[in-house]
Design a protein around this ligand. Sequence first.
Ligand code: UDP
Ligand code: MG
Length: 309
Amino acid sequence: MTAAPDFSVIVPVYNEEENLSHLYARLSSVMEKLGTYEIIFVDDGSRDRSWQLIKELHEKDDRVKGVSFSRNFGHHIAITAGLDYAKGKTIILMDGDLQDQPEEIPKLWKKLCEGYDLVYGIRKVKKDSLMKRFNSFLFWWFLNKLSGIDIPRNQTLLRIFDKKILGVLKDMRERARFIHGMIAWTGFRIALLEVEHAPRERGVSKYNTIKLFRLAFNAITSFSTLPLRLATYLGLFSSGIGFFYALYFLYKKIFLGIPVLGYASIIVAVLFVGGVQLLILGIMGEYLGRVYQEVQARPIYILKEMALD
Ligand code: UDP
Ligand code: MG
């Protein structure tokens, strides 16, 4: 049994064969100056040679560890697996595409030593495409409005935190996972630090608008039941309209003697109320689905192979 390393660096990897060796080289040279460390690559069911490369790195350097999923489970689940296997006293998370810069780690570490439990890397300038920036603006805006917890905007995955947060995160076994929110939820003492965030040089982004939308939805439903209350508000609103509309027609009929022509108003009312009802049903269905998934209590991820010792 070897002693716990000072640092565990967790890196989720999905089809990053072009980036792995560069990442390994840059990360190792940074970490060597900081203390003892392990790098845990979590292969999220890559279809390229990523897992092969991780195993080769592990053969060469036993500070490199890896686990491999049976299929693609998603970014945040990959991070979860990394957390499960981390043994270090301080945990570092970063993406595997070299957008998060390993060279920023010492700065984060210095800040952490000032007496924080967690330091987030916040990106200074966004070097993504306009579409991606727009998506991410919407994402953070909605999230902060609806989730009810303060999740720092523009955070990169790059962050460093103490082992005690690791303990809490390991205890949170929900299936719908949004790591950024889960970490914010723990409520420890945090600091924000601006870091360089590079554009992706190799490979392609694995997030598209749909995946991001899914993530946002996951995030919102995991941290807020506000959408459920929407039913009450919308119900009040539409029955209010219906009530006043009825009064108006009665007035017209009784006092002015104008017959009410029903067709258009009926269609409008039917469509409006029907739409609202379906929307609400959909939202309730989402939460019900969430409950169903949790009740099934399946494993969060399935490992295919490990390269740990
Ligand atoms: N990733 C993953 N599983 C996925 C999608 C992405 O492990 O299903 C990894 C990916 O390899 C990268 C990180 O998560 O290391 C961030 O993904 P990406 O760079 O594609 O996202 P973006 O930076 O474009 O938001
Ligand atoms: Mg990226």
